[in-house]
Design a protein around this ligand. Sequence first.
Ligand code: FEO
Length: 172
Amino acid sequence: MLPGKIEEAFNEQINAETYSAYLYWSMSAALEAMPLPGFARWMRAQAQEEMTHAEKFFHYVIERGGRVKMKAIDGPPIEWAHVQAMFEDVLKHEQYVTGLIHKLVELAAKEKDYAASIFLQWFVSEQVEEEAGVDAILGKLKLAGESKGGLYLLDKEMGQRVFTAPTQGDTE
Ligand code: FEO
């Protein structure tokens, strides 16, 4: 049985991961308007990935005999001055999510919920990857700077990303 505090905190995390997807959908829409269709496609794949994170928590709460309770999702921003400012926000957001995951790790240790601790390890590593990935994109954006040609090429590169749904074993 899932301890009550963990159930509550994991429900909050379902909300936070779903908000991340919602935020990235909003960014994708703004990128389409810039227009940077490659970046927009990358961001939609990112949103899909966030939904798989929410699903991992969803299935885990149920598997442990807990109850999933959906909460309202906040409205994300809808406008960004330029793509670099947007990716700076992505990095800040991912750092915030990393902080949330670390708090969950601390809570699982405090509650002596060893199973939840193991479950959370995947997210600890995932956040390292997410932050590094966004940081690398920011580096390329800084290199491209004001160059329209550089941004055009980068947009083509970003558009190559294809979302691959995790296998059953990865989401449950
Ligand atoms: Fe689900 Fe990007 O953290």
